[in-house]
Every structure is written in structure tokens, then in C-alpha cells.
Design a protein around this ligand. Sequence first.
Ligand code: SAH
Ligand code: SF4
Length: 360
Amino acid sequence: MTVNLLEFEKQRFVQFCAELGEKPFRARQLMRWIHQSGVGDFDAMTDMAKSLRSVLKRDCEVLPPKVISDHTAGDGTRKWLLDVNAGNAIEAVFIPERTRSTLCISSQAGCALECSFCSTGRQGFNRNLTLGEIIGQLWLANHSLAADGEDARRVTNVVMMGMGEPLANFDNVVAAMQLMLDDNAYGLSRRRVTLSTSGLVPQMDRLGDACPVALAVSLHAPNDELRNQLVPINRKYPLKELMAACLRYIEKAPRDFVTFEYVMLDGVNDSVANARELIRLVSPVPCKINLIPFNPFPNSGYTRSSVPAIERFKEILITAGLIVTVRRTRGDDIDAACGQLAGRVQDKTRRRERRIAETG
Ligand code: SAH
Ligand code: SF4
């Protein structure tokens, strides 16, 4: 059987080379070829012995998820729609900016947490992505950019903000991030890898111990009553516990603040009173606030806050001394904006399921 080397964590490379009777430095070499140079063709690994290359060719492959489509939006945002089998599709989104290039990576096909304003949440949960499917998104992005002669625009930052709740797929996400951070793989600094969570408190503590990276927390509401509706996991881990977990995380984190994400929903969470309550809630936690204009999808039942409402909200927070940014909506002409991911494909999947249900 052929083994996909993208499924290998760092230790597995060492073990594998040992099984082949090779020295540990071969493991580093192999990792560098695959992850640092983005090479998937064993013949191109010219500093490895021919005999080893032929074993690798016989037994191994470097196989990222299959590309269903590859679109670039007017603003340069590029979205890969990827097949992860059994009718499941995920997305990776590349966002080039002047001084950095960010890749937004998915961690699950679907999501079980059912946030009411999120199209992934509406689709339900299919399964966790494997290590190879997670790191394969980064491999594929760099490989494609290099193949297009855009090597200079390689990914410099990763955000775990695509489909799924990364902390609900803890082991595979941590293994993937460890490769992102490894000098023999992607060599990104911990500050350039950001994980976004809806607030799984025990896993936030575990992450701080296992693989501290920059943390974003999807807050979206300034009190438990409203957050229970928007982010149902709040019923299990309410705001008091979440805020305490943020403080504990900062002690271990590469950055001395957390980012609170706050989606701007017209008439739901964008009032002056909401802003004042938010200031009180976050006051004990060193933080930055990222306001995300809601990205609509069919039958969401929500609308985006108006520009003046977003500005007013922002000004109130800034006046109270908070650092606030408003996320620029990128790639929305190709449905690549937050919360819009893979909507269309999944709709098709659900139609098929309905057909099967009707006929079966
Ligand atoms: N599951 C993780 C990470 C993925 S979502 C989390 O919830 O944090 C990345 C961000 O996009 C989260 O803050 C999420 O709440 C937000 N988001 C989801 N749907 C959105 C939508 N329709 N418009 C704007 N932001 C959305
Ligand atoms: Fe899942 Fe995040 Fe969407 Fe909530 S916002 S349903 S946690 S992907």
C-alpha cells in the first residue's frame, strides 16, 4: 500500500527512515524536500541516494486533497475548493497583502457547533480532517504559487479560520501546526500562526501546553443570554469561564493578548448598549477586538450591520481605550469570505442526500 507522506508528523518521518535503515538526518532531508521546498516528486530529491528514492517511489506519495476548483477574486484572494471524499468539500483561502500572505485553513468537513450565523455550522458535521488534509492545504498553496512563478508570495501567515472548529480536532490540528512551526518544514513563527476557536475551554488550556500559538476567540456577544443564541457552545462554557481561560492562555502564549472576533449582525449585537457591555466584559483581558461585518448566505436570517453602525460601535470601543480593527471583506465575489465557505457545494450534497432520502 502507498503511504501518503503528508500524513506524517515529525516523529513519524524519523521512525520511517529508521525502518528503512536510514540515518535520522534523512528524515530531516525528506521533510525539507516535501514541506520546505514543496516537492512531491521523489526523482527531484537529488541529494538522496538513488536506492532510497526508488523505495520512496515504490511505497510513498505526497498527496494533498484533490482540487475541485481554483478561483482568484478581483482583489487577488484565491480560493481552492478541495475534495476530501464521500461528497465532502473543504476550502483553503489565500489572502495576499503588501507585506504578508495569509492562508486560511480548514480543520473539519462541516462543524458540529451550530453557530446560528455561520454557513458551515448550518451544514452540520461530517468529519475531522486528517493531518495530511490539514497540512496538505498549506503544501498545495505553496506548491501552486511556486508552480505559477509566484514563489515570492509564499504563505507567511496561517490562520486556522476556515471550515470547522480546530480545537474539536485537537490532535490533528496540533500535529499540523507543529509542522508549520518546524524549521525543517514551514518555519513559521508562533506569532504568525493563529488559531480561532468558538471557546472550547478545556482544549484552550491543552493548546497552551501543547502548542501555544496566537489565539483568536469568537466572542460575538457581550452577555451569556445573547451568546447562548449565537454561539450555542456558550451554554457549556459560559463567558466567565471563557474569559478566565483567555487569561490563562495569555500566560503561555507567544503574544501578550488575545484577539476577540465579533461578527456585526444588524439589530442583533451592534447597539450602543452592546458596545458598552462588551467593554465591561473584556476589561480584565489584554485583547484586540476584530469586528467582522457579517457575510450573508442564503436563508441565514441575518443582515450585515450598516457601515455607520459598525463605525459607531468601533468608536465607542476605541474611546474606552480598546484596540479595534474592522476586518476587510476579502474575496466575497468568489464566496471566500468568512462563514461562506463551501456553501454551494454543500448545498449540492444536501440536495443529493434529500434525493436519496426521497427515493430510498
Ligand atoms: N470555528 C472557529 C474558526 C472558524 S470560523 C471559530 O468559530 O472561531 C472563523 C471566524 O469567522 C469566526 O470568528 C466565525 O465566528 C466567523 N464567521 C462565521 N460565519 C460568519 C459569517 N457568516 N460572517 C462573518 N463571520 C463569520
Ligand atoms: Fe463552527 Fe466556527 Fe462556524 Fe461556529 S463559527 S459553526 S464554531 S465554524
